[in-house]
Design a binder for this molecule. Structure first.
Ligand SMILES: *Cc1c(COP(=O)(O)O)cnc(C)c1O
Length: 335
């Protein structure tokens, strides 16, 4: 199957599985898994932060970050379409007693500065205490402009807010901008990074930040059930991805551009945007269901829920891209 539903479907390679099989292990809740410790130290250094902490998922890494920055009854400013607000089951509110203050994202994924300022509450006991600004990069595949990030995080600091970045796909931004992980993490107090998206690990995310924040996060991670034992198996996969898969993302971006170009030439397909490894398309409403069925019959999976998002990843080849374009072309020729 050519699976365009998400980059989360990527499978570990034989070399990654080998790294996992041969990793020296300990018990990470006791702090003595050497592979976890080495990975966390290496990642922290690469991100230019004091410390890093491994998590089973990005949802848990984001939740713990929000809980480390905010106390009960505090509030965080976040995008209406941000993952931490929209796609994490309301965890910040449910489990952290943290009130979200969502703001409509602009077309480029940014939160307008004047809306951030207007959302910060005065110090008055009627209001929740505004504590944190949370951004996402990439968002909908788009890289947030560096100048915007600087302005938004400067503004947050002027208001006494901490800053968190959901960097589930920050490595895509690293590759797309040719800036370093350290440069892209620098404006933020904490950053959550995923290894189970386009980087191909079976699981694993990491939070980076100051030693104080990570110490707090370790306690919270245990509280929410994220303390793991021989998690060197996961850390070995993440380290392997960091060493060998990051630079491959450039091929995903190239293939996504090729897919967008091919599809935009077809009648009945409107490519609405393409950035990094994602292509957003629109089909006439009446074609969505029959097209998805046709594609499935021809070995191509797309997510009907978000029928307009096609995600390219390391398990999609150049030939697969040509095949997707050809199969879609045949569908619309038959109409
Ligand atoms: C995937 C993703 C996460 C984390 O998801 P998990 O499935 O919990 O690892 C967080 N933020 C964004 C933007 C994501 O795409």
């Amino acid at each position: 199957m050519i699976d365009l539903r998400s980059d989360t479907v990527t499978r570990p390679t034989a070399a990654m599985l080998d790294a996992m099989m041969t990793a020296p292990l300990g018990d990470d809740v006791w702090g003595d898994d050497p592979t976890v410790n080495a990975f966390q130290a290496a990642l922290a250094q690469q991100a230019g932060k004091e410390a890093a902490l491994l998590f089973p998922s990005g949802t848990q890494s984001n939740l713990v970050a929000l809980m480390a920055h905010c106390e009960r009854g505090d509030e965080y400013i976040v995008g209406q379409s941000a993952h931490t607000y929209r796609y994490e089951g309301g965890g910040a509110a449910v489990l952290g007693s943290i009130q979200p203050q969502p703001i409509e994202n602009d077309e480029d994924g940014s939160l307008p500065l004047e809306k951030i300022s207007a959302a910060v509450k005065a110090d008055d006991f009627h209001f929740a205490r505004t504590r944190l600004l949370a951004l996402e990069n990439t968002i909908g595949g788009k890289v947030l402009p560096a100048a915007y990030i600087q302005q938004a995080t400067d503004l947050a600091r002027q208001h006494g807010l901490s800053t968190h970045l959901d960097g589930a796909r920050l490595f895509n931004a690293v590759v797309a901008t040719e800036r370093s992980l350290k440069q892209l993490c620098q404006p933020f107090d904490s950053v959550s990074l995923c290894f189970s998206k386009g980087l191909g690990t079976p699981m694993g995310s990491a939070l980076v930040g100051s030693q104080g924040l990570i110490d707090k996060a370790r306690r919270l991670r245990k509280m929410v059930g994220g303390g793991m034992r021989q998690s060197g198996i996961i850390a070995a996969a993440c380290q392997h991805a960091l060493d060998h898969h990051v630079s491959d993302l450039v091929h995903d971006h190239r293939r996504a551009a090729r897919l967008a170009e091919g599809l935009s030439a077809l009648p009945g397909v409107e490519v609405t945007s393409q950035a990094t490894n994602m292509v957003f398309v629109r089909f006439p409403d009446t074609h969505v269901q029959p097209l998805a069925t046709w594609l499935k019959e021809h070995g191509i999976l797309i997510e009907l829920l978000y029928a307009t998002r096609l995600v390219v990843h390391r398990d999609i080849s150049d030939a697969d891209i040509d095949e997707v374009i050809a199969v879609m072309q045949r569908y619309f020729e038959c109409q």
